[in-house]
Write a protein that binds this ligand. Structure first.
Ligand SMILES: Cc1ncc(COP(=O)(O)O)c(C=O)c1O
Length: 405
């Protein structure tokens, strides 16, 4: 079900804005810097929204990818709901202005305190991934006087459709789930599917629709199909997930059903990766034979995806000369995996040059950490040619937060 993508190692990439803008941003806000293009985010949301003409569809942004409140506000104003993975996602979503009925929670391994917190916040759309969690939720929320209007769904675990995953329930557990919910006065109305993150092959999704609908029919009260998450993004110019093809296929198959089924789509990276870029500055250049070793003023702890997932973002520079050298872009620590890019094909760089790490809008800042003890960068939003700070740069005092000494 996967498409193989042959990457051209010598490919070069263009920065998303002019060198003049890059300099203005870096001199105003400092380096390194996350920069988001609001117009690009809008265009992407609109493209995804328009691709699915099914009349009963709702889009929920998966904020696991990016929890910046200014960006969440743009997404909320575009008419999308929120998909929450943790109580923290809900907390940020509520601060950004999402109404509780526009939040879908798909969780795993919730404690009683988590459940109580979500109940206190009046969240009422959940997808569960085990019988014990379902039972615990139903019992607990009944004793807490929770309304039976809560929409409960089951996260599907089916090796054929979801691969080898710890998450979800097998279809042969659905009957038991139905009974558990019924005993406590609830019903299971939703089926939740998550293909696995970053799948660019459109067919991996369209080929699953038939099977999912068949599995969902095992739920007597089925009325919602939540299709995830997991839609790929063409990092480094790989295959592009085809929203129009997917939209046509899902619309056709859901429309053919005898009753209206609500469709929920919860894109994460596919919605927000492309609007973000991380700017950094070159602080050191050396050569190992013909290989250019470039040191920059950021680290994988500021943009941890390469270290965690293995893949690198495309790196673009503002052309200095026409030469091209095999180049490693290295972070500002001695951590052996501190590379922001490897085997890039770049011109000769010099100290002070700016670089742009592309497609950093998803799992970028959200996955940054204080590993290596460097404070996090600032975040800036550009909208209609104006820029503004949307998160302050941290300073060293952040490293003392919560420490008792
Ligand atoms: C249930 C669910 N939906 C959506 C997402 C977002 O995934 P992606 O960024 O691959 O679209 C995630 C990511 O963890 C998830 O767990």
């Amino acid at each position: 079900m996967t498409e193989s993508v042959v990457e051209d190692e010598t490919k070069t990439y263009s920065p998303p804005f002019s060198i003049a803008i890059a300099h203005e941003l870096l001199s105003t806000y400092g380096s390194p810097l996350y920069v988001y293009q609001g117009d690009r985010l809008h265009q992407t949301l609109e493209h995804i929204t328009r691709s699915i003409n099914y009349p009963h569809v709702q889009f929920h942004f998966a904020s696991v990818t990016n929890g910046n409140i200014a960006l969440l506000q743009l997404i909320q104003q575009a008419g999308w709901g929120l998909h929450a993975n943790t109580p923290g996602d809900v907390f940020l979503g509520l601060k950004a202005g999402f109404m509780t009925d526009r939040i879908v929670y798909t969780g795993s391994n919730l404690s009683r305190a988590d459940i109580q917190q979500l109940i206190d916040w009046k969240i009422d759309r959940f997808n569960f991934d085990s019988l014990s969690q379902l039972q615990d939720f139903c019992e607990y929320s009944r004793t807490a006087g929770r309304s039976r209007q809560t929409e409960l769904g089951l996260r599907l675990n089916s090796p054929e459709l979801t691969g080898d995953s710890r998450i979800g329930l097998r279809p042969d557990e659905f009957d038991k789930a139905h009974k558990i919910a019924q005993q406590q006065g609830f019903s299971i109305t939703g089926l939740h599917f998550y293909r696995g993150t970053g799948t660019n092959a459109t067919s991996a999704f369209t080929q699953a629709i038939d099977r999912l609908i068949a599995i969902a029919q095992q739920l007597p009260d089925w009325r919602t199909l939540d299709f995830g998450g997991g839609f790929g993004y063409p990092y480094r110019g790989g295959a592009v997930f085809d929203w129009t093809e997917f939209g046509a296929a899902i619309t056709q198959q859901l429309t053919a059903l005898s009753r209206p089924i609500e469709l929920v789509i919860e894109p994460g990276r596919s919605a927000i990766a492309g609007c973000g870029v991380m700017l950094a500055k070159v602080v050191s250049v050396k050569w190992q034979g013909s290989r250019q070793i470039v040191g920059v003023d950021t680290t994988v702890a500021n943009l941890s995806v390469p270290a965690v997932h293995g893949g690198y973002r495309a790196i673009a520079i503002w052309e200095t000369d026409r030469s091209r050298h095999q180049t490693d872009i290295c972070g500002n620590t001695t951590y052996s995996r501190d590379y922001l890019g490897r085997n890039c094909w770049l011109p000769t760089l010099k100290i002070g040059d700016a670089i742009a790490i592309l497609d950093s809008g998803a799992y970028g800042y959200a996955m940054s950490s204080h590993f290596l003890h460097r404070p996090r960068p600032a975040e800036v939003l550009i909208e209609a040619n104006r820029h503004r700070l949307i998160r302050q740069r941290e300073d060293y005092s952040i490293l003392l937060n919560g420490q008792i000494f």
